[in-house]
Design a protein around this ligand. Sequence first.
Ligand SMILES: Cc1ncc(COP(=O)(O)O)c(C=O)c1O
Length: 370
Amino acid sequence: MSKASAWLDGRLAELMASEPYIGGESVESIAERYNLDLGRCLKLNANENLVIPRETIEDLSREALQEVDQRVYPQKETDSLRESLGGYLGVAPNTIVLGSGADQLIDHLVNAFSDQESGVLTTTPSYSFYKVRAELYCNLSVQVPLQRDFGLDVDSILSSSTNCRLCFLCSPNNPTGNQFTSASIIKIVDEFPGVVVVDEAYAEFGDYNLVKEASERDNLVVLRTFSKAFGLAGLRIGYMIGSEKLSRTFNERVQYPFCVPNFSAVLCKKMLDKIGLVSDAVSIVKEERQRVSNTLSALDGLTIFDSDANFILFNTDKEMKVVFEGLLTEGLLVRRIGEIQSLRNCLRVTVGTPAMNDRFITALTQIVGA
Ligand SMILES: Cc1ncc(COP(=O)(O)O)c(C=O)c1O
């Protein structure tokens, strides 16, 4: 026991009492728990891009490995990545902040713009990490329900925002999949008394983005990531776009030095240089999303929700556990979502290659038809 023990035990207990973020499980742990053949397991629970071939990433990784000097802290590699991103997005590189995944930037945003008096507003359902981080750092975390069609309830968001200085909108929204209208988002940006963050982790699969607006407006930030469309979730690189002033403050004061490994920066840049490869994969996902949705919509007992992302939300009239475990016995790991707007048995599946999606369609058709 040290002099710190009583205080430390209390503080650690407080931290442990906060809500954890529960990410998608690995196929390894699920295969072990359910005694499945790992070789047959497909990970369709975390919206990674499985359409980009693993070999392509391996080839580019080998090139990147040869180019970087791992003895040296990253600088030119990250500058060069921001330069390339500026070209890809059509904004100045000094409006971009790199991070160790979009999640790290969410953490920084909550830290920078909320405190015991200034709360964080999010919608429900949405990506749960905003709420988890808000509840870890500040007293006030407000969740405003989406409308029945999963659109933004702009009036309710604005009337709930008095004591909030940070608002997270996820568009396309995880887990519902829909992209909010730009008019509804811009109305919130115009009226909200703080910073509005639009998490566009899935924007490459949607119809529009707000990157340019974010670089021009003082209270709009757009969050992006290499984890989804670019197929590089393992690298842990995200970025945000904001005004020059906000981005400079984050780059020079909030973000810690050297947070992006030089290898990751070089590999991300290589993917940007091969953007055709990414857009081809995105086109396949979008076509497949349509095909899977159309096929499954024809089945009784299933409701399929329209998606602008690389995943599909569905509700079944069978118990969620039965559907989840039924898919698992076929080696298909999806995400359990639970209740959304009184629909009890919602699940979410990542759209993969045509062959992966065929396996999913066959398995789900059997389960709901049983
Ligand atoms: C909406 C949304 N934002 C951010 C993230 C995390 O992105 P990253 O892998 O860049 O931390 C996810 C991951 O699932 C997500 O769904």
